[in-house]
Every structure is written in structure tokens, then in C-alpha cells.
Design a binder for this molecule. Structure first.
Ligand SMILES: NC(=O)c1ccc[n+]([C@@H]2O[C@H](COP(=O)([O-])OP(=O)(O)OC[C@H]3O[C@@H](n4cnc5c(N)ncnc54)[C@H](O)[C@@H]3O)[C@@H](O)[C@H]2O)c1
Length: 297
């Protein structure tokens, strides 16, 4: 079970003698899956890996609900700031970004979303968020949270536009979404830990920018990560994937594979059961109606 591709990377780079014995594995983050796909495209991945991040249940529970809540928790613990009425800029409206945006809106923030994908951007517009390029959002934002899986989302070029007191936080897997080096170069003074996990960067013109968790994953550094109920579902999914893989790995070639839809459904059923929710079951007539092309409107 990998998280961010580090285990697979270490195995290939440092312990290649172990590769032949590995039957397969699963990866739990979007960033890790991107790394695996790059390895597979170069023919470098030695065994099958299942993209456990890509199940609907994992993304709903972990990325959207859990990360949405715990990232805001991290920002609040680090700053004790009030979000109501303030402009919160969320970079990336993927599985994590939409959860963060909703959680911030739930606390009364005015949320601006930045995106590079037109479909995701449109989803954000239809959910009622203002969508802008980062260059336009930079002067308005009071709290910035990056959740893109990409790099330099808040870059050196954005710094001159930021307001005094702007709070910068990252929720993405790697600490490259906020260009911390550019921030350090622009600062005339850095005061570490003005509050736990909050560093103050004083710029030459007197503005102070607050960087949380040194640009690392804010919900893991400044809060406690996802609640156990969320991790329960993620790990249960990964365990089911590994059991499935162990039973059929011989048939899967090296590469990145999707989680079968039945496993996603099984996770949803088990989670519903444990939360006490029940659903209806299709009657034979309904099943027939839904599967036959003979029934017209
Ligand atoms: N903090 C946590 O607990 C936690 C949990 C799960 C995932 N993650 C990490 O968060 C990151 C995002 O994960 P996700 O599942 O939401 O991924 P995702 O692929 O669903 O969403 C990422 C979004 O960012 C957008 N994007 C890419 N570059 C951008 C840019 N420069 N500006 C604005 N938008 C941009 C993409 O178009 C996409 O819509 C990944 O690094 C992932 O590993 C963190």
C-alpha cells in the first residue's frame, strides 16, 4: 500500500533485487498515481499497481469530505483566524479543492476558485463559486489554499499583489504548490512560529505574509489529518483491492490499473451499513425496465 509513490519509487531506485517478488500494490493519492503513470509510460514499472485513489468512495470520503474539513481545521488551528466574510482563494477544484471550498463557504467565507481545467472550472461556477485566474484572485484573497497536485501555483510573480496579512496554506501532497523559495527571497525578515506552524514573511514594503506549515500539507502538519472514519473507508478500500489483486495478480501486467466497479460498490454498501443507512432494491420489473431497449418513454 503506497501513499504518494514513495515506496514504489524506493523499491525501483534502491532495492531492485526485491522487485521480482512483488505481486502488485495499490496507490492511495492522485499525485502518486501521476508518478506511477509516468513510470509505466517509460516501461519502468515492474509490477501491477492499482490506482486506489480513483474510487468514487475514496474520493468522496477522503479527498472531498475528510480533506475539506481537516484542511480548514489546519488553517484555523495555525491562525485562529475568522473565516466568515473573508475572501478564501482555493486553487484547484478537484476532489480536494471542492471539499475545501465547501467547508470554507460553510463557515461563511467568500470563496474564489482558481482552475486550469475548463470542465472543473465550470463545475465551480455552477456550484456558485467565483472563478478567476490566480493573478486576479491574488490582490483580493485573504486566505489562500492550494490543492492542485501541481507546482508554483502561488509563484514569485503573485507575491507583489498579495495583501498585508495574507495567509498561505497548501493541501497538495508535495510542498511545491507555494513557491516558498521565492517567498524567502522576497522577504527582508522571516519570523518563525509567530504561532505554532505559522511563519511570518516581512516584505521590503512592510507587508507581512503568513505561511502555514512551511508550505507542507497543512492538515497533516497543523491538524490531525483526516478523521478516523475517513481513513477507515480509504484503508478498507485498499485492503479489498489488495485481496482482489492477490487473488488475480498473475493475470495483470505491470502498469496502472483501475479499481473494479464492484469493489467501489462493496465499499459503499459496507459504509452505508455501518452508518445505519439503507437503500431500496430494484424490483425484477424495474430491473427489466432499466435494462431492456424495448421499453420506450
Ligand atoms: N491534504 C490531504 O489530506 C490530501 C488528501 C488527498 C489528496 N491530497 C493531494 O491534494 C492534491 C489534489 O488532489 P485531488 O484529489 O483534488 O486531485 P484532482 O486531480 O482531483 O484535482 C486537482 C485539480 O487541480 C487543478 N489544477 C492543476 N493545476 C492547477 C493550477 N496551476 N491552478 C489551478 N488549478 C490547477 C486540476 O485541473 C484539477 O481540477 C494532490 O497533490 C493530492 O495528492 C491531499
Amino acid at each position: 500500500m503506497d501513499d504518494g509513490g514513495d515506496l514504489v519509487n524506493t523499491l525501483h531506485a534502491e532495492r531492485p533485487e526485491l522487485l521480482a517478488a512483488v505481486r502488485g500494490g495499490c496507490e492511495s493519492t492522485a499525485t502518486g498515481v501521476i508518478r506511477l503513470r509516468r513510470m509505466a509510460a517509460e516501461g519502468a514499472l515492474a509490477f501491477p499497481m492499482v490506482a486506489a485513489d480513483a474510487t468514487t468512495t475514496k474520493r468522496m470520503f477522503d479527498n472531498t469530505c475528510g480533506t475539506g474539513q481537516s484542511v480548514i481545521d489546519g488553517v484555523l488551528r495555525a491562525t485562529n483566524t475568522l473565516l466568515a466574510g473573508r475572501v478564501v482563494v482555493v486553487a484547484g477544484y478537484g476532489a480536494c479543492g471542492r471539499g475545501i471550498a465547501e467547508a470554507a463557504r460553510g463557515l461563511g467565507a467568500q470563496v474564489v476558485v482558481t482552475e486550469v481545467d475548463p470542465v472543473r472550472a465550470l463545475e465551480a461556477v455552477l456550484a456558485g463559486f467565483r472563478v478567476q485566474p490566480m493573478a486576479d484572485a491574488a490582490p483580493a484573497g485573504e486566505v489562500f489554499i492550494t490543492a492542485t497536485g501541481s507546482r508554483d501555483v502561488i509563484a514569485g510573480g503573485h507575491l507583489p499583489a498579495l495583501r498585508d496579512g495574507a495567509i498561505l496554506a497548501n493541501a497538495g501532497h508535495f510542498d511545491v504548490e507555494i513557491d516558498v523559495q521565492a517567498l524567502a527571497e522576497a522577504a527582508v525578515k522571516v519570523t518563525r512560529d509567530v504561532r505554532p506552524h505559522t511563519d511570518e514573511y516581512l516584505l521590503a514594503d512592510g507587508r507581512r505574509l503568513l505561511l502555514l506549515a512551511e508550505g507542507r500539507v497543512v492538515n497533516l502538519v497543523a491538524a490531525e489529518g483526516n478523521p478516523p472514519q475517513v481513513m477507515d473507508v480509504s484503508f478498507a478500500g485498499q485492503a479489498l483491492v489488495l485481496a482482489w489483486l492477490a487473488a488475480g495478480a498473475a493475470g495483470l501486467p505491470p502498469g496502472v490499473h483501475a479499481v473494479p466497479a464492484e469493489i467501489d460498490e462493496q465499499i459503499a454498501r459496507l459504509t452505508l451499513e455501518s452508518s445505519g443507512a439503507r437503500i431500496d432494491i430494484l424490483t425484477p420489473a424495474q430491473r427489466d425496465y432499466l435494462t431492456s431497449w424495448r421499453h420506450g418513454p
